[in-house]
Design a protein around this ligand. Structure first.
Ligand code: GDP
Length: 298
């Protein structure tokens, strides 16, 4: 994903090397180039503005270090600011004091929710949990089967409406899944919800109804990092319509410019908990802002 951005930033910062002292003009020129690199990577404008203003302020300020030369100093500042827009500290999954922990997945169709359910289940199993996947996407004909297949691959149980009962009510399925989890001693419930191709009110209302019925410990907004600026508008719509406690970035293995990944935390104010970077169940990990920043700075 961040190849172009990474190359650009590395070369901008490379230009500073060897300079004994940085003038305000040097810092302004560097900031301008970083700004262009971020905009070209599709980072949302307000995020770029804030980022650049922090960099300038800090680079021109009193941050003198004996140990670092001026170029290293700027690199350090850029790195720290990248970590900050990505969320600062790693945010761990919030587990309920009284199991089951309920995790609800929300996002557009195709964002990778069902795939994520399987990845999350695999990861949770490795952490010693006994997850239950719940099929509340009853809109798309194949969604239930797809979740069951993913569950089988991950080696975890799936809760779905009984076949032959019509389309079924996702709120009812969600409620009953909690009883099932208690009964069968699943300590984490992962609820997959319906997604549409675009944001729509009915989808939001349904997700909100499921949320009210199961009171999730975490509502994770799943967003395809390849959709660029749309990620930000979609995130805002979901924040206002359903609300969420964390973000999962998917398709970080794609060759898009990656601006979504860099904007969504700052714009929504909610932390990125996990990142997905492939179609296999193992292509998934906890999101670490510091590691992502290091990756971008090469
Ligand atoms: P849903 O509609 O939100 O449930 O999305 P799906 O889980 O069905 O995913 C949509 C498509 O994206 C499928 O073809 C997945 O294999 C693919 N996909 C999901 N996550 C990733 C990822 O991290 N990387 C890549 N390359 N593809 C992914």
């Amino acid at each position: 994903m961040f190849d172009t951005l990474s190359d650009r930033l590395t070369s901008v910062l490379q230009n500073l090397r060897g300079k004994g002292k940085l003038s305000d003009a040097d810092i302004d020129a560097t900031a301008r180039e970083i700004r262009i690199a971020l905009l070209e990577a599709d980072v949302a404008l307000p995020v770029v503005r804030e980022f650049i203003s922090h960099i300038k302020e800090r680079a021109k300020g009193e941050e003198v270090s004996q140990a670092l030369n001026p170029a290293q100093q700027v690199i350090k500042i850029v790195n720290e600011e990248l970590v900050a827009i990505l969320g600062g500290e790693t945010r761990r999954l919030n587990l309920a004091k009284n199991p089951p922990t309920v995790i609800m997945l929300a996002g557009l169709q195709g964002s990778g929710k069902t795939t994520l359910a399987g990845k999350l289940a695999t990861w949770l199993k490795k952490q010693g949990h006994a997850p239950l996947l719940v099929a509340c996407d009853l809109q798309r004909p194949n969604a239930v089967t797809q979740l069951q297949v993913v569950g089988e691959r991950a080696g975890v149980a799936t809760f779905a409406p009984e076949p032959g009962n019509g389309v079924g009510d996702p709120v009812d399925v969600a409620k009953r899944s909690i009883e099932e989890a208690k009964h069968a001693q699943h300590d984490v419930v992962v609820v997959d919800t319906a997604g549409r191709l675009g944001v729509d009110e009915e989808l939001m209302r349904q997700a909100a109804d499921i949320r009210d019925a199961v009171e999730p410990d975490e509502t994770l907004f799943v967003v395809d990092a390849m959709i660029g600026q749309d990620a930000v508008t979609t995130a805002e719509a979901f924040r206002d319509g359903v609300g969420f406690t964390g973000v999962v970035l998917t398709k970080l293995d794609g060759d898009a410019r990656g601006g979504a990944a860099l904007s969504v935390r700052q714009v929504t104010g909610e932390p990125i908990l996990f990142a997905s970077n492939g179609e296999k169940l193992e292509d998934f990990d906890v999101f670490h802002p510091d590691r992502m920043a290091s990756r971008i700075l090469g």
